[in-house]
Structures are given as structure tokens and as C-alpha cells.
Design a protein around this ligand. Sequence first.
Ligand SMILES: [Zn+2]
Length: 352
Amino acid sequence: MQGLPAGVRRFLMAACAGLLAACAAAPAPLAGAGPCGDVSGGPDVPWREVAPAVWVWLPAREAEVDERNGGHVAPTTAVIDGGEALVIDPGPSHRHGLRVRQSLRCRFGARVVGVVNTHAHAENVLGNSAFADAQARGEVRIAASGPTIGAMRRRCPDCLRSLVERAGADAMAGTRIVWPDTEVSAGSTLRVGSRTLQVLDVVLAHTEGDLLLWDAASGVLWAGGLVYGRRLPELAQGSLRGWLRALDRIEAWPVRHLIGTTWSTAGRGADAPPALAGTRQYLRRLHDGVWQAMDAGRLPQEAGLLPMASYAGWAGYRERQAFNVMRAWRELEPLWMDGGRAPPSVAEDVGR
Ligand SMILES: [Zn+2]
């Protein structure tokens, strides 16, 4: 809360005290400051090497947040160079972020100099907590887009409470909301060691301000929640048409490795990482199905309006399909009312 007006600090502290048992837990251990071998944050991170100097910690399986995964449903990645590390999406909790920080120091001899929040979802941003002390000393900068910072201020108190309920108070112990201190936008660069990463764009798609972060040296593009594996995309805070446009943008980029909620690698030749096509196909079918339902005179509140049964085996289907349909309907209805034809920018490339 450094640098916030006193009124905002009081509000957040009050919200924390009123809502969260986790906030009343004993003071968190010094993040990353313990001796190597001290497993206060848990066993060493099972990093996988994406490309030279780029490491990812993937969730054990694609799933919704629950007590078994402790909220770890999105990858945490680190770019390591010259004894420095940049952490992209530090995870759902203080404990998760602590494991990352300690592993980078003990296994790689790297000091974390930066943290990036790709978008404002709890499982991506609450791990900032483990870097609060270093941020306060000016040793770590935490970066996010302007829309993401705004969305965090609106949602984080509630999303922390929600994550404590779903992941469990033990997994979330010691976690507190830590705000980004550095706003980035299209064209911004982030340095770690001798490497420079570039913010390609900030898009309204999966959320209000999804970051597209590019490392030209490795061909890795971080796309936050824009690309899923076998887990139903979450549309709650985003734009269906904006999301489809963002995927087109990604496909046009020479991406070797794509890190969204999963890690997907391009095939030989010009083939894009396959997760891109999977997410796009779901979103297009959602778009076209809702449009056809409006053409057919259906009503948005009808139960089972657009089941899209071929996705029933994906994680999150039961929780999100009906809500995604409602959200898509709300976005598309004004366009349907206005023209009565599917918008050309989407309709033209359906089935591509
Ligand atoms: Zn997300």
C-alpha cells in the first residue's frame, strides 16, 4: 500500500480486517530471505525450461481453483539473465510467490528485480504478496497495464476473499494485496539482465487490460488469460469480439512459445501454437451460436440455451458455459439489433 492516500490505505486495511482470516495470520516469513534448504514455502519449484533463460512452473493439471491446487491454475514464468530474474504472473498466494522467489535465489542464484501481472485475476496477481518487502525497499518493481491496475483496485478485496474460500485459508495464509507500482502500455520495455522484453499491446479481451508481452530473444509471447488448453475460457470481465481480434494479432506474430493459462509450442514451419486454434474455435462457436439463437428468436434466459456439448469435458465447463453465453449475448445483442447481420470482422473468417 506504499504511496497510496491514507484514506485508501485505511479502506483496504478495514476491508482486509473485516473479510479475511488470512490477514490475521501470523506475520509472513521473510520472503525469499531464508537459507537455501529452508522449505518454509514448500519444496523446490518443478521448473521446466521453455527456452534458454525462460522457465515455467505449470499447474499440475488444468483445473478450476480448489483446495487441492491451492489456486495454482495459471503458469508462473521467470526470465533469468545476469543474476537477475523477472517473474511473470507470480501466482495465487504469498506461499506460491515465496517458493518462486526462494527457488530463483537458491537454484539459479538470481535476484528478482521485477514482477509482471498480465491481467487482473486473483490467481495471477495475489502472489505479489511475497515481493512486498523488496518492493518497499525499491529492489523489485511490479508492473501491470493501467486497466489491470484499475481492475485490481476494484476487484482485489473481493477476489482475495473468493480465493480464500475456494483454495482454503491454509494455502492463502499470509497473502495480502500488493499493488503494482509501474504502469506499462504498448511499446513499454522491461529489462532483466541484458535482455529486454517488449509490451506488444494491451487489449480488452479476456479482461479489461490483457498484456501481450514479447521476448524476441526466445520467441516467447506471454498472453495471460487469452489462450487456454482444455479449460473453458473465462469471459466474465472481457469482450468476445475483442478477444477474437487479439487472437488474430497473436497469430500474425512469429511466436515460438505461447504462455497463457497453458504452455503451447508452435509446430514446424509456420504453424501457430495449437492452443491458439483451440481457444479461437470455442470463442467463434460461442459467437456464432449466440448470433444464431438471436436470429431464431430465442431468449437469453432460456436454460441450456447453447450447451456446446463438445466442450463438456473441459475444466470449468459446468461452472462457466451458461455465464459465457449470457455475457456474449449482452455484448452481441446491440450489434444484432443494429444490423441484423453477423459483424463482418468475425463472420468473414469463421471456419478459417
Ligand atoms: Zn484470467
